[in-house]
Design a protein around this ligand. Structure first.
Ligand SMILES: [Zn+2]
Length: 228
């Protein structure tokens, strides 16, 4: 159930994540180091004669490092997810489809950073620790002012959000995190209204039938109107 302190989380490449509370986490350097080492090992492997003893030795080295990288990344993701759950009660992220994004320009980097995995792990850790996890519309989160809602256009090179309308200044990614948090709060407040309505309807014995009938009538009416 939604409750307590909300946190909006923006994940990216220039930083691993930024939260609406101003926490910034750098992309882990150890992964980059290990990945360049992996490339080196793979290059060596390609020079070995296939099925030779040395090839087999090298192949095991490559596989072992692959395994270590996967584990280290997963461990990092778990630590970050726990840190988020420790800092708040509701965690909101963008509903980006990383598989689609990965096909684009930033593809390889996106997959290396494993954002999809991070989201899955965060969702799991939230569930495990009784925190609320929510996904919000990702559209334009980096171009909106979290304070006044004005559109503040900036390309990727602009690292600071400076709103001309209200004068709000913040780190670009922190501002995005705050927009995500705002959208999350909006999301649960509208979802909350639906929940309250249903609870009332259930709580009135005998009145349900007529109520639900009148409700469905109005619903049909509105859909017809909107279709025209
Ligand atoms: Zn503003």
């Amino acid at each position: 159930m939604p409750h307590g302190h909300p946190i909006g989380v923006d994940v990216g490449l220039s930083k691993f994540l930024a939260t609406s509370d101003g926490v910034l986490v750098k992309s882990p350097k150890f992964l980059k180091v290990m990945q360049s080492e992996l490339k080196l090992l793979q290059r060596r492997l390609s020079r070995k004669k296939k099925r030779s003893k040395n090839y087999e030795k090298q192949r095991i080295k490559v596989a072992r490092l692959h395994h270590t990288i996967d584990n280290t990344r997963k461990d990092f993701h778990f630590k970050q997810a726990h840190a988020l759950c420790g800092a708040g009660d509701m965690v909101f992220v963008e509903d980006l489809d990383y598989r689609t994004l990965a096909q684009g320009m930033l593809g390889k980097q996106m997959l290396d950073a494993g954002f999809g995995q991070f989201r899955t792990i965060t969702k799991y850790v939230c569930w495990k620790r009784g925190k609320f996890f929510g996904e919000v519309n990702a559209r334009g989160t980096s171009q909106e002012c979290p304070e006044c809602g004005a559109t503040v256009k900036k390309d990727l090179s602009v690292r600071v959000h400076h709103c001309q309308e209200c004068g709000f200044i913040a780190d670009r990614d922190v501002a995005s995190g705050q927009v995500i948090r705002n959208r999350g709060i909006e999301l649960i407040s509208t979802a909350g209204h639906v929940g309250i309505q249903n609870a009332y309807a259930d709580g009135l014995p005998g009145a349900e039938v007529s109520q639900s009938r009148s409700k469905s009538k109005t619903r049909k009416g509105t859909t017809r109107k909107s279709l025209k």
